[in-house]
Design a protein around this ligand. Structure first.
Ligand code: SF4
Length: 79
């Protein structure tokens, strides 16, 4: 059975972080309210390095990647 990420709705509506964000030992994921300029994710995006996939499609997704260009340049066996 395939499942789709729910952004851990059952956790975030209770004030908790998504499970994958809260347990990531390398802090590879950020989660927060983009409408709150004081949230960690807003501050991270303000640094100017956030990118979205397929930006040419103009879909305005709310999932951003950092250092995406560097990751895309890696060989598949490394990325
Ligand atoms: S743990 Fe992460 S990937 Fe899985 S549903 Fe929650 S937010 Fe989505």
């Amino acid at each position: 059975m395939a499942g789709k990420c729910s952004f851990c709705h059952h956790r975030t509506t209770e004030g908790m972080l998504p499970a994958c964000v809260g347990t990531c030992v390398t802090s590879a994921r950020y989660f927060g309210d983009l409408n709150d300029p004081d949230s960690d994710i807003s501050k991270k995006l303000a640094s100017g390095s956030g990118e979205v996939l397929n930006s040419d499609l103009g879909l305005s997704p709310s999932l951003y990647y950092f250092d995406l260009s560097a990751a895309e340049a890696m060989p598949d066996s490394v990325a």
